[in-house]
Design a protein around this ligand. Structure first.
Ligand code: HSE
Length: 431
């Protein structure tokens, strides 16, 4: 006797939702063979039922579309709810009610999980259900599967990722085409990499949401989002890209989770100078990559599309198949445990510092003395030729120094209009 189909409800039918319908349709027979029953999309919830969806109609019957989310979250025949609508508060509600109604959940929603993950994972545990979220971090790259299962025998000691394709695209185009920041952001939006509100991409929040989810796995604890130090790429100028390049570096927005010997963690998202010889420096345009170090495996790199319809849908559909097979992911219920997270001020890094001074006798000496008095040791310095008395940029690379020392020294230096003649930029260097 043929088994009853595995009935799922899809919430959201935009770029990702349409891709999910397409892949389920394309791989229908394969999945049926694998599972011994078919996967059937019973309902598709959309915001505007009147809108025509030509891309999706070939893959789902028109009468499956509804604008009533309860038809999915409350239908006892539906075993799995797939949330790909985006947003934070409504998806949280939909996931919570689906779990309490005995359904598993697949989501691509990093923001909702970063803000409400503890509550959502707890609800899953309480109801003996599962939340699958592979597509929420680095779209096509199965980094969650790797960290949860593939590296189960390891203590992950370091993770360093390019987790926002928009920022990587912007920084790449500023370097390779000499575009200004605004021009490059506009190009990324036109290509469809950016979030609906690109502020979340460029201010580092999107990458921070993703890092918080990965950190939850590698620290086996709840990681409050506010404990992830977050700085975006808005202040990076074409001048910084060009100076960094001549010093042998590229600027990347990195998401870093690093375990110290005492078991505490550094969790930070910020632009960083990465030496051009390093593998992450060679990850260009919208591509995402994650470098992981484990105590047994050493270092590894995963690399792939971090956005887009089918790359994201690929991970969503993999989760649907896992759920249909009854594979239970490790939920990382935090048990009230939070890791000890070291504040950014305590982290020691090298720095790129760019100041603008007037090219006058003694000015450079006064700036370097100021930095020296604050305990900042200069490793190298660059200054192009300028006309006497004119503003000129000077770039310092510092030796490793505690972050708070640099922050407070630069706050003071910025007030010294007798020494400086323009804005000061500081970008951390990741060795
Ligand atoms: N807006 C994200 C990015 C893609 O630019 O990487 C979805 O997570």
């Amino acid at each position: 006797m043929e088994q009853k189909p595995y009935q799922i409800g899809l919430i959201g039918c935009g770029t990702v939702g349409t891709g999910v319908l397409e892949l389920l349709h394309r791989r229908r027979d394969v999945f049926c063979g694998l599972l011994g029953r078919s996967i059937e999309v019973a309902k598709v919830v959309v915001r505007d039922i009147e809108k025509s969806r030509h891309a999706a109609y070939g893959f789902a019957e028109p009468d499956t579309f509804t604008d009533n989310v309860d038809e999915v979250t409350e239908d006892p025949e539906i075993e799995l709810v797939v949330e790909v609508a985006g947003g934070v508060d409504l998806p949280r509600q939909w996931m919570m009610s689906s779990l309490s109604n005995g359904k598993d959940v697949v989501t691509a929603n990093k923001a909702a999980l970063a803000f409400h993950g503890d509550e959502i994972f707890q609800a899953a545990n309480d109801n003996d259900r599962c939340v699958y979220y592979e597509a929420s971090v680095a779209a096509a790259i199965p980094i969650i599967e790797i960290l949860q299962n593939g590296l189960a025998a390891n203590q992950v000691t370091h993770l360093s990722g390019i987790l926002n394709g928009t920022c990587n695209y912007v920084l790449t185009r500023m370097e390779e085409a000499g575009l200004g920041y605004d021009e490059a952001v506009e190009e990324a939006q036109q290509k469809g990499f950016a979030e609906a509100d690109p502020t979340l991409d460029v201010n580092g929040q999107d990458a921070a949401h993703k890092l918080a989810l990965l950190a939850r796995i590698i620290t086996r604890s709840h990681v409050p989002l506010e404990q992830v130090f977050t700085e975006g790429i808005e202040q990076v100028t074409a001048e910084d890209i060009s100076f960094s390049s001549s010093l042998g570096y590229r600027i990347k927005l990195l998401s870093i989770g690093s375990r110290n010997e005492d078991g505490s963690w550094e969790l930070r998202v910020h632009p960083a100078l990465v030496h051009k010889d390093e593998v992450l420096a060679r990850v260009q345009r919208e591509v995402n990559a994650v470098q992981v170090k484990g105590d047994a495996v050493g270092s590894m790199l995963v690399y792939g599309n971090g956005a887009g319809s089918l790359p994201t849908a690929s991970s969503v559909v993999a989760d649907i198949v896992r759920a249909a097979k009854g594979d239970k992911p490790i939920m990382n219920s935090a048990n009230g445990q939070a890791p000890r997270i070291v504040s950014i001020g305590e982290v020691a890094v090298r720095n790129y510092i760019r100041v603008t001074v007037l090219d006058l006798p003694g000015v450079l000496g006064r700036v370097t003395s100021f930095l020296g008095m604050k305990g900042i040791s200069i490793q190298s310095m660059q200054q192009p030729e300028a006309k006497h008395g004119q503003p000129v940029p000077v770039v310092f690379v510092t030796h490793k120094v505690k972050d708070s020392v640099v922050s407070s020294a630069l706050a003071e230096l910025r007030e010294r209009t007798d020494l400086l003649n323009g804005p000061t930029t500081r970008i951390r260097i990741e060795d």
